[in-house]
Design a protein around this ligand. Sequence first.
Ligand SMILES: *Cc1c(COP(=O)(O)O)cnc(C)c1O
Length: 232
Amino acid sequence: MSIIRENLQTVEKNIQAACDRAGRQRDSITLIAVSKTKPVSDIREAITCGCRVFGENKVQELREKTAEITEPLHWHMIGHLQVNKVKYLPGMVDLIHSVDNGKLAEEIEKQAAKHDLIMDVLCEVNMAGEDTKFGLSPEDTPGFVKSLSSLPHLRVRGLMTIAPYTEDAETNRPYFKGLRELLHSINATLAQEKQMDILSMGMTGDYMVAIEEGATMIRVGTGIFGERNYAI
Ligand SMILES: *Cc1c(COP(=O)(O)O)cnc(C)c1O
């Protein structure tokens, strides 16, 4: 059995265990296979194992991989996004996880309008207030989400966070719980048709805790494809 297949079996077992602990259904969670820096051959192997949703953090890499792999898959942009790269994304990705400023949102609106489609997005929230991370502060998020409701070609589907790197996933539980509570408190102020339903939280080191706290999308790279080598 390939290492990717083995890893995926382990991840699936862990997802199910977390679902059992939390009294949740497996189908309430989307596993995003984060394939950044990994070759197309690894993605093809993951496809044969049943993966259909892939996450990348660079537009150029997304363009190359989606050009090469033409079967119908769901690609998500999960990384920090520059305004001048937005034009490539409508029609290429299903979801942008990393919207955290008005200029970026307005450019997504403009490009989505050009393609005559509605772009689904998540707002990225920096729950731990780390200087090194992008994202809105939790305090600024409700106002930001509201400000996006004037953009007709953009649909805010939920919130995303990248929790701090840690050896002990439990230390991130408050951030995941906080993101869920933030989503609910914002939803309480939104019209029925604007309700958000996606919580993108949890990576290789902490996805089980994130599931216990309500994640509907988890983004797993290393746990599926192995360590990344940035030197090559
Ligand atoms: C790389 C990356 C991941 C996956 O990280 P792993 O720890 O390898 O699972 C998840 N989310 C984002 C935004 C990333 O950039």
